[in-house]
Design a protein around this ligand. Sequence first.
Ligand SMILES: *[C@@H]1O[C@H](CO)[C@@H](O)[C@H](O)[C@H]1NC(C)=O
Ligand SMILES: *[C@@H]1O[C@H](CO)[C@@H](O)[C@H](O)[C@H]1NC(C)=O
Length: 371
Amino acid sequence: MASNMNNLPLTTRNQCVTLTSSLVLAAFVALTVQVFYFSPIDPLLFEPTSSASSSKNNQLQNLIKLGEGFLKQPEDVCVDKDGILYTATRDGWIKRLVRNGNWENWKHIDSSSLLGITTAKDGGLIVCDATLGLLKVTEEDGFSVILSQVNGSQLLFADDVIEASDGNIYFSVASTKFGLHNWHLDVLEARPHGKLLKYNPMSNETVIVLDDLAFANGVALSKEEDYVVVCETWKLRCVRHWLKGINKGKTDIFIENLPGGPDNINLAPDGSFWIALIQQFSYERLRFVHTSKVSKHLVASFPWLFNLINGAVKSAMVVNVGAEGNIIRNFGDNEGKVISFLTSAVEFEDHLYLGSLNTDFVGKFPLSSPN
Ligand SMILES: *[C@@H]1O[C@H](CO)[C@@H](O)[C@H](O)[C@H]1NC(C)=O
Ligand SMILES: *[C@@H]1O[C@H](CO)[C@@H](O)[C@H](O)[C@H]1NC(C)=O
C-alpha cells in the first residue's frame, strides 16, 4: 500500500491520506456510538471481594461419565425417592437414568431453555424454563404449566426451584432485565435484577421473598426447612432467608467470597450443601471485567469478546459447605480436562452427580475413595 502511494502525485497522496484519516475517524465515531450510545447495559463498577483460598485440585478428573453423547448440556440434576436420576437438557428433554443403568428419553418439550429441576412431593418434577415459567412434569400428563404469569407479566428467566413440605414452591428469577441468552449482560451491568419468589399453589399467590439479588441462581432449603438459601452468582455469595424460629423473616449472608460464582446448590443427606462454582466468575475474572465502564461497554457490545474471555476458562469446582457457612471440602478439575462449566452437584448414595453446560454427560464422582 505505502509504496503504491509513493508513486502517486503529491495532491492525490494528500487526498488519500485525508480520505484514510476520515475513514478512521468515521469508524472511530461509529464504534464509539455503537459502544456507548447503543450499549445494552447501564453498568456500575463493582469490586468483588477477594475469594476464600480453597486449594485447587484435579480430583474430579476421576469421575465416571454417565450417558456420554446422549445428554446435551445437562445443567441440573435431581434424584427421586426411587433413586431415578433426572436431568434437563438443552434440546428440551427430561432424560432419566433408571436403576438398571439405562438412560431413557422421558419427556420432551419444545424448548431450549430448561434450567433448574427438583422432585415434587406428590410425584414427578418441577422444572424451570427461562421462557415458559414453572412447569410440572409427570408420567401421566407430560409437561404442564404451574406458573407462567407474575403480576400480569410473563414469568421469565425462572432459574432454580425447590418445594417445601408445606407445599410452597421457592424459586429464583435470575434477572428481570436480561434473558437467558444475554445472561452475561447482567454480569457486566452489575446491578442486581434477581429475585427469590414463593408460589403458594393452594392460594395461587406469588410473593417476593427477596429482591435485588445479583443473578439469583440455585435455591435450597435446609434439612429442617428453617431457612432457604439462594445463590447470587456474580457477587460470589449465597444469602439465607429464615422461614422459622427466632430469626424468622430475617435475611443474612450464608457464605461469601466464594472461589467462583455459585450456580446450583443442593442439600446433602448430612445437612450440608453442595454448591457448583462457575470458574468463569472467579475473583480474577470478575476483577478484570469490572475494572472500567469502558471495558464493560466494549464487551457488552461485542458478544464474541465475551465468549473469548469466557471460553478461555476451562476449569471446574464444587464445594461442600456446612450449615454454618464454612467450606468443608472441595473437588475440582482445575485444568478442565474432563469437566468444566460445572453447574450442579447432587449427592446420592455416597456419590456426587454433576451437571455442566460444557458436557454431553453427567459426571458420577465417588465421595469415599475405595481403599
Ligand atoms: C392463578 O393466578 C393467575 C394469575 O396470577 C391466573 O392467570 C390463573 O388463572 C390462576 N389460576 C387459578 C387456578 O386460579
Ligand atoms: C406485584 O405488584 C405489587 C404492586 O406493585 C407489589 O407490591 C408486589 O410485590 C408484586 N408482586 C410480585 C410477586 O412481583
